[in-house]
Unconditional design. Structure first.
Length: 82
C-alpha cells in the first residue's frame, strides 16, 4: 500500500479547462458484449423461465442465454464468448 505522502500528490490534480477532442472518434473502443434481440415466447414458457430465474436469483434473460449455450454445446458447436 502506498504511503499517505505518495498518495497525496494525486489529491491536488486539477483538470484543464479545455481539451482538444477534434480528432476523437465516439465509441472507438466500445464493443458490445451482448446483442439485443427480441423473441416471441409462449406465455407459459416465459412464466416458467422467469420463475426458475427468480429461484436461482439471476435475470431471466441470463437464464435463457445459459440454456441456449448449453444446447449449443450439446450439439457439439463451439461457444466463443466475445
Amino acid at each position: 500500500m502506498k504511503s499517505v505522502e505518495e498518495r497525496e500528490k494525486f489529491d491536488n490534480f486539477e483538470l484543464e479547462d479545455n481539451y482538444d477532442f477534434t480528432g476523437g472518434v465516439r465509441g472507438r473502443f466500445y464493443k458490445p458484449k451482448k446483442i439485443p434481440t427480441s423473441m416471441r415466447l409462449d406465455k407459459d414458457i416465459l412464466l416458467f423461465l422467469k420463475k426458475e430465474a427468480s429461484e436461482k436469483k439471476i435475470a431471466y434473460q441470463t437464464l435463457i442465454n445459459n440454456l441456449l449455450r448449453e444446447h449449443m454445446q450439446a450439439a457439439g458447436l463451439t461457444s466463443q464468448r466475445n
